[in-house]
Write a protein of this length. Structure first.
Length: 606
């Protein structure tokens, strides 16, 4: 017999002879299913200004319409509606603004910053720098940067020595399979408003040119969606009611629908970036403190770029929904929509955020309640103090003049604004909170040398705060705000000391100044003055670019707010009549029209 192995081989060949020959075709790889369309949701805060709790530290009262603790509740609800497909982003001005921010920057900077605690709890994905992030210097900012669990983005913040990136410029994040590129930009006005010692070694490039550079890079790196988080807003204001969502959808090129805001060069370039830089889907804006539910801006490719802004202080949460579909090997945006979710009395505080930050809040309330001094009578604020040469504005100017003189730089006069309607000093005991209420910003004091021409132009611009007065149809007496131009902020109406001047409000803007004298003589264009002015205005803030023609002779290390607190502490029994001097007038007299019947005559009202 044949050996077993040989027999097996023969049998195999024999069997094979009876098997049909079959061709072996290569099999196709299994087909991957096309991903289902989905919605990427962007949630945005901006200009929180250290408002965590629904509380006004300057008045010591609850405010149900603000606070990150309440916004957190809206965030959780919005996430639950669209699970696993969300980004939470902040557009800056986060660590400054209330006494809470001041206390944990300048008084006790050892603990983790309260905003870092709250934002980490909410799992923010990124934050763009705001101009106020630099108010306390780089040590405070870098400490906050090291405490948060997300990147701080600022593509146009560069090292002045070589132009290299000073901070992370952008990130690309996978959101439910979709790659979202996020570019961070900040208004270049930082260099105008900020003390040089707070931004050493930094420069702030044009956001528009920076976007031109980075957006293509982000697309090339694989981003399906490009979002710009920018601390900058529209450079125009709707001529209609800004609270009407339809006003923000008007054609931006129509001069009848929009009015200039009065910006520094490049300060608010959000619309120009949307128009001129292709490849952007959404701009999450800030800085201008406006509730903008939706703007649609055509870019150079004819596509709509969506722009949104959630106002300030945690009053709203911005929500952008991007419908995306997978085609051609990548995701594309097929539709976009946005809205603002308002914080109001019906929105409760998020328990986790409130619990984690309660001790910070309590410490700040104790801090601002400390007694500073006393007054013999009240120093009223609001429109009743703006529409007349008031004791409150004269007090701020007196403080600025004294601070300048004590620095060795005496001034001829000072100018100051009443920022809010709530700021005032009560009769009797005055707390630190009261002092802070009349100067809520962290401005520093400058002494500048200007001439009469600069002064005259500044005063004419100043008078544009008021709408033209029609004596035959005056504003409604119960609505003092109707006397001003709605788009001009209260902090852009300055009241001056020690010059004699007046405005005729029946005249058109630009020709309202009736007289301008110093020491009894008419001011000439070449006359030289030394003035006390805050750093914001000195740098041209609010459109007052003429002040940039002047020369800065001294800058303070301390804030004007701190000078006010020290002055009140050093001058017990402050008397408003002793502080108040009458050196400017308005014709017709808005104070008499709106307030004389209810509040009675005041020292400087005719």
């Amino acid at each position: 017999m044949l050996p077993y192995r040989l027999r097996a081989a023969v049998l195999a060949l024999g069997v094979g002879a009876f098997l049909p020959l079959v061709a072996c075709e290569p099999s196709d790889p299994p087909t991957e299913p096309t991903p289902e369309p989905r919605t990427v949701r962007l949630l945005q805060t901006s200009d929180l200004h250290t408002n965590i709790f629904p509380w006004d530290y300057f008045t010591g009262t609850a405010d149900a319409s603000r606070g990150l603790a309440k916004v957190a509740t809206l965030v959780q609800k919005a996430r639950a509606e669209n699970p696993d497909c969300n980004l939470l982003i902040d557009s800056g001005d986060t660590i400054q603004g209330t006494p809470l921010g001041t206390y944990y920057a300048l008084v006790d900077n050892a603990p983790k910053h309260p905003m870092a605690v709250a934002m980490n709890a909410l799992r923010y994905d990124a934050m763009a720098f705001g101009n106020h992030e630099f108010n306390y210097g780089l040590n405070v900012l870098n400490k906050f940067k090291g405490e948060v669990d997300f990147p701080l983005l600022g593509a146009n913040v560069r090292k002045s020595a070589d132009g290299a990136e000073a901070f992370t410029p952008y990130l690309i994040k996978d959101v439910c399979g979709v790659k979202v590129g996020l570019l961070g930009l900040v208004t270049p006005g930082v260099t105008t408003w900020e003390r040089p010692e707070n931004i050493p070694g930094l420069r702030f490039d044009d956001p528009l040119e920076t976007a031109r550079t980075y957006v293509p890079r982000i697309r090339e790196a694989g981003a399906d969606i490009v979002v710009v988080a920018i601390h900058s807003g529209p450079d125009k204001q709707p001529t209609g009611r800004a609270t009407d969502p339809a006003s923000w959808l008007a054609d931006y090129s129509d001069p009848t629908k929009w009015a200039d805001r009065g910006n520094l060069e490049g300060e608010n370039e959000a619309v120009q970036i949307a128009q001129q830089v292709p490849g952007i889907d959404v701009l999450l804006t800030g800085h201008t403190h406006q509730p903008i539910p939706k703007m649609l801006i055509k870019n150079t490719e004819g596509k709509d770029v969506l722009l949104i802004q959630p106002n300030r202080w945690g009053s709203h949460l911005g929500q952008v929904d991007l419908a995306v579909a997978y085609e051609g090997g990548h995701w594309s945006v097929t539709a976009k929509d946005s809205k603002l979710l308002a914080v109001d009395a019906s929105v409760t505080e998020d328990a986790q955020v409130a619990q984690l930050t309660q001790s910070y809040h309590d410490n700040t309330k104790t801090y601002v309640s400390a007694k500073l001094g006393t007054t013999r009578a009240a120093f009223p604020g609001g429109y009743a103090a703006r529409y007349v040469d008031s004791a409150l504005s004269d007090l701020i100017n007196t403080v600025q003049e004294e601070a300048a003189e004590q620095s060795g730089h005496p001034v001829d006069f000072s100018l100051a604004a009443l920022f809010t309607d709530e700021g005032k000093l009560p009769a009797g005991d005055v707390s630190l909170r009261d002092a802070y209420s009349i100067y809520i910003y962290d401005n520093t004091l400058y002494v500048m040398r200007i001439n009469g021409s600069i002064l005259r132009r500044a005063l004419e611009l100043n008078a544009q705060y008021f709408a033209q007065w029609n004596p035959s149809a005056p504003p409604e007496a119960s609505k003092p705000e109707s006397a001003k131009v709605a788009s001009v902020q209260n902090y852009n109406w300055d009241i001056y000391s020690k010059i004699d001047y007046g405005f005729d409000l029946t005249k058109p803007a630009g020709s309202r100044l009736t007289h301008l004298k110093f020491n009894g003589a008419d001011v000439t264009d070449n006359q030289v003055f030394h003035i006390a002015i805050n750093n914001y205005r000195a740098g041209g803030g609010g459109g007052y670019t003429m002040f940039k023609e002047g020369t800065v002779e001294w800058t303070s290390a301390d804030g004007v707010r701190d000078y006010i607190a020290r002055y009140i502490q050093a001058h017990p029994s402050l008397d408003p009549d002793a502080v108040n001097t009458c050196n400017f007038s308005l014709t017709p007299d808005p104070y008499a029209h709106f307030f004389k019947a209810s509040l009675g005559p005041v020292k400087c009202s005719p």
